[in-house]
Unconditional design. Structure first.
Length: 340
């Protein structure tokens, strides 16, 4: 209320503070945005696609019901800005599937969105070219009419013009008087590095156009990230597996492993145990709003045991087991061995 535009006309500082309050409410009322803010500050929600509000008109459109409850009975105009004047356009939602590595590195996509755009034939007026809308005689262009009921005065939407404040006598033949037509529109969506499956990006102004000069709605893009056969993801960490023989695990070796940036050689220390995990710090996925920080890459080691050995190999292993004082199963005799 303190920084409401109606209380602070022509005060840009108050308007900026009012926008800050609205953005804070938007973040605090969304569990995901709040968690990102708690972890990464302002950059957290912004990295996830929340870019704030472009102006007070968008704020009133976004929180129309809230401001109607707060200011509707206090003489402010905030609750009534959506009626009889500019109205914010509807939001649009769509899903987008992206490869795993685009979610890791970030990318830009040009997408096609079916949306309503201003009718070129009538320049968005809704009136047939050569004619113009006329001011509604019932509400005198305000979009609202007042009814007196005893001591009370009730303000409602004008039934004749339905809150537009204007009447179109001759509707445009192209758009049927709506002032907009359906059209395939191309938009660029920026995908920040580190996004995950199921997250939603907000494209300000990417929704349906506003009414009577109101701001456009927003486009919300639900991301579906394709799996990668090389890696499993858990938040910003990635997991992969390698297989080595028991001889390599015992004596140590070097193996080539896939990484998010290509391939690299990994040192396997002598005596590496089965199911042990080697961690490469900071080689995981970029953290949204993390100012360059990244998760880790965990490599699980699978140790394989040979299923078949030559007689010489088996004898060598038995001699080694004997030297180490290990009990092993007796050598199986073949048919000739049993006959002898």
């Amino acid at each position: 209320m303190e920084f409401h535009p109606d209380r602070n006309p022509d005060n840009p500082e108050a308007e900026d503070l009012f926008k800050d309050c609205a953005e804070a409410f938007e973040v605090l009322s969304d569990d995901q945005k709040r968690q990102l803010y708690d972890q990464f500050g302002h950059e957290g929600p912004r990295g996830a696609g929340f870019q704030g509000f472009s102006g007070t008109d968008e704020i009133f459109a976004h929180f129309g019901d809230l401001f109607g409850d707060l200011f509707g009975n206090l003489g402010f105009n905030g609750g009534g800005r959506r009626r009889g004047g500019p109205q914010r356009g509807a939001d649009l939602k769509m899903a987008m599937e992206i490869p795993f590595m685009e979610a890791v590195e970030g990318s830009e996509h040009e997408i096609t969105v079916p949306k309503r755009v201003e009718c070129e034939a009538c320049d968005g007026t809704g009136a047939e070219p050569g004619t113009s809308p006329t001011t509604c005689p019932d509400c005198k262009g305000h979009g609202q009419v007042v009814h007196a009921q005893g001591f009370f005065r009730v303000q409602t939407t004008c039934p004749r013009c339905r809150g537009r404040g204007q009447i179109i006598e001759t509707p445009c033949s192209t758009c049927s008087g709506s002032g907009a037509v359906q059209k395939e529109t191309k938009l660029t969506v920026r995908i920040p590095a580190g996004v995950d499956d199921g997250q939603t990006l907000r494209v300000p102004g990417g929704g349906q156009p506003g009414v009577l000069g109101g701001p456009a709605g927003n486009l919300y893009v639900l991301l579906r990230v394709e799996p990668d056969e090389r890696f499993e993801r858990e938040e910003y960490d990635i997991f992969s597996e390698i297989e080595i023989s028991m001889f390599q695990a015992t004596l140590g070796t070097k193996v080539t492993i896939p990484t998010l940036t290509g391939e690299t050689e990994l040192d396997i220390d002598p005596g590496t145990q089965p199911e042990s995990v080697i961690t490469r710090r900071g080689e995981g996925i970029p953290v949204l709003g993390g100012r360059g920080s990244k998760g880790d890459h965990h490599i699980r080691v699978r140790v394989t045991v040979p299923k078949k050995l030559t007689s010489e190999q088996e004898e060598t292993l038995r001699e080694l087991a004997k030297e180490m004082g290990l009990d092993v199963a007796a050598k199986k005799k073949g048919l000739l061995g049993w006959l002898s």
